[in-house]
Design a protein around this ligand. Sequence first.
Ligand code: AMP
Length: 396
Amino acid sequence: MYVLVINAGSSSLKYQLLDMSNENAIAKGLCERIGIDGRLVHETDKGKHTADKAMPDHGAAMAIVIDTLLDAEHGVLKSKDEIKAVGHRVVHGGETFTASVLITDEVEKGIEAVSDLAPLHNPPNLTGIRACKQHMPNVPQVAVFDTAFHQTMPEKAFLYAIDYELYKKHKIRRYGFHGTSHKYVSNLAPEMLKRDAKDMKIVTCHLGNGVSLCAVDGGVSVDTSMGMTPLEGLAMGTRCGDIDPAVVQYIMEKECISAQQAGDMLNKKSGVLGISGVSSDFRDLCTAANSGNERAAAAMEVFAYRVAGYIGRYAACMNGLDAIVFTAGIGENDCGIREKVCAYLTWFGVEIDPELNGKRGQALDISKPNAKVRVLVIPTNEELVIARDTKAILKF
Ligand code: AMP
């Protein structure tokens, strides 16, 4: 029983084929430079296959994905009919979509209607949906939204302190993102600790290129650090996170730049890249800091300080804290950042074991035996959440 998971970006299309009888990914890959020239990277047990192939649009890329999955040498399927369903990552569901849904014409219109809130993401997501419909018209498709997990946030967490009419008229409010990742790790944490999710207060820290934290109380999201867009919250690879909104106007005036240019600056040239001037990648930052680059070291300090600050805030908002989960590229791999963050939190009862913190690649409780707050590292699996939701909706 195979589910194909699709994550379509403006010039890329990521895919993963999962065997839902054991939840294993049997093939995964990426079509990139769609609309430019086209390049395929495809991975299976047999190894990695890369090829330059013309991809004038997402439809052409999708045809290449299907051909590759069926290919005698690199493929894993005998027939296209073995794909029972397709699950799509859709970034923004607005207030319309509070859970995953079977895609119908009406749902497509609904996704289009909230596209104003994510103009860079929802239109390519829709293009991916349409490309799949074109090549697999009889295969059911499901949309899984990054925002849906956070639709349980109470009004006090999602309202901005601005004119309420702006919320009513334009739906300007906090939505949050990385929902599939926060859902996956917050489900697994109680299981690992042999506790009931209903009785747990957890802060999940998705620390990747994009960074967001989520307060999960009794298994549901009650607050999260990203807002109407993925720019709010923590300092990220290239995004600024929380900033005095007056700074935007000030930069525009001082640098003589447009609103669009200011937006680009805060999205693409800020965060740890902006502070360090070195890189958005923590491996490069670490190397630079170790060789005496003070701005790289400062960027890492800002990053860790903010993560710790948000954990403290969520402990207060939930009036308790049982566990912290680190996930995604930095959260899973960078023991130095985990150590820095946890060093701020000893007062809460956080104490990690340095040896366990040094391990990599597995789900692990890295706390000392008697620590009051458990600290877990859990590799995230967003594709699996999308495939599970797809399977659940189609009831197979
Ligand atoms: P993600 O968005 O989850 O793929 O995370 C990507 C980010 O994770 C990269 O930009 C790096 O900053 C970080 N990362 C990945 N591997 C490592 C590593 N071994 N050590 C430190 N940071 C890492």
